[in-house]
Design a protein around this ligand. Structure first.
Ligand SMILES: Nc1ncnc2c1ncn2[C@@H]1O[C@H](COP(=O)(O)OP(=O)(O)OP(=O)(O)O)[C@@H](O)[C@H]1O
Length: 358
């Protein structure tokens, strides 16, 4: 299967050199070795290696084949085969048509403490629910950029999910599945990487396709959060936008090529428009095109609300949820007393005149 060289996740300069040397399709590059490609194109050998890696991972053949030439019917059948990852909030799952979709990017935005990380931890467990319980039975790669992956919390959420499934088990198949769906196996199926800045994150994303090829059971990639590592680039907007565009491209390619659900969290930021301050997702409007689905978690008084505010196939819906000791769940009807209501102080975050992440 072939793909235009111009669509590979390479820098503009490298793509230009390939184009001027006459390389238009990935199939033109398949039989090349780095030294020969370097001679023919004027690229350095390191750049040639990058090009060949991109061809291998993104459409030149093999398991990472880009599905550019699939028909719409084949794509539909492929989508129907992929199950969504349940959130353990039945209302949110229903609004999302079954849960967080595999093969797409879902962004979770919200103010600090609203439950973005809790949802990610819940999904890291839920993606492992055995197929006989309607789950995806996959593994997860969790990229933690904020240090918010708390082992005790994951263990609690895993224990609750394991308990939930064993209570639901009705037939022999389900009873057998609960033998292997244990807290230990859940924890052993979460691959955790800690990235401290955007350079480490970019390096990790660069290595990820190889890791995904070696671990074909991975169905979920979490990046919690994508905004935090880029905070130091707030003054270099064009560089940040360029890097983020590359990240968006890489994530889309990985979601499609490896049939994984990509879930990223994003912080909120204050924007001044028409003399009024608004709380909007960070990283700018351009970044907003990368996720297929954007979920906004927000407070309304003491209630936690999840709104699907961008999706090509769902209505804009709002559901109520809660964070319990067991994890992310549907809200119960009893409201917290007014005194316990958390407050969102938008003025507090106005320290940076341009854009302030909160
Ligand atoms: N064991 C628990 N039982 C009940 N609620 C909990 C528990 N652990 C965490 N929470 C709730 O989850 C909230 C923290 O959510 P989370 O860490 O997901 O926030 P976040 O949106 O990721 O914030 P940030 O942007 O700062 O990372 C806590 O304020 C608390 O309300």
């Amino acid at each position: 299967m072939q793909r235009p060289v111009s669509s590979l996740p390479l820098s503009q300069a490298v793509r230009l050199k390939l184009g001027s040397a006459g390389f238009q399709l990935t199939s033109d590059l398949q039989d090349f070795k780095p030294d020969k490609l370097s001679k023919e194109t004027g690229l350095s050998e390191e750049e040639a290696v990058e090009v060949l890696k991109a061809v291998k991972g993104g459409g030149g053949g093999g398991s990472g084949d880009f599905s550019a030439s699939l028909t719409a019917l084949e794509l539909l059948q492929k989508e129907e085969e992929l199950r969504s990852i349940v959130t353990f909030s039945s209302q949110l799952d229903e609004s999302l048509g079954g849960g967080i979709p595999v093969g797409k990017i879902t962004e979770v935005c919200g103010v600090p403490g609203i439950g973005k990380t809790q949802l990610c931890l819940q999904l890291a467990v839920d993606v492992q629910v055995p197929q006989c319980f309607g789950g995806v039975e996959g593994q997860v790669m969790f990229i933690d950029t904020e240090g918010s992956f708390l082992l005790q919390r994951v263990t609690d959420i895993a224990a609750a999910a394991v308990r939930h499934c064993s209570l639901l088990a009705e037939d022999d198949e389900q009873r057998a599945a609960t033998e292997t769906f244990t807290v230990e196996t859940v924890l052993s199926n979460i691959f955790l990487v800690r990235c401290h800045d955007h350079v480490e994150l970019l390096a990790e994303l660069h290595l990820l396709p190889d890791f995904l090829s070696q671990h074909p059971k991975i169905r979920l990639l979490v990046i919690d959060s994508v905004a935090f590592p880029f905070r130091l680039l707030f003054d270099e907007l064009s560089q940040r936008t360029r890097l983020l565009n590359g990240v968006g491209q890489q994530l889309i390619t990985m979601a499609i090529n490896y049939n994984i659900s990509v879930v990223i969290t994003n912080q909120m930021t204050t924007r001044i428009r028409d003399g009024q301050s608004h709380i909007v997702p960070a990283l700018g409007e351009c970044w907003g095109h990368a996720p297929t689905i954007r979920l906004l978690l927000q407070w309304e008084g003491s209630r936690r609300l999840a709104t699907i505010f961008k999706s090509p196939c769902h209505m804009e819906t709002m559901v109520q949820y809660q964070i319990t000791p067991e994890g992310f769940r549907d809200a119960d009807q009893s409201e917290m007393p007014q005194s316990k209501q958390p407050r969102m102080d938008t003025d507090q975050s106005a320290a940076d005149p341009k854009e302030t992440s909160s």
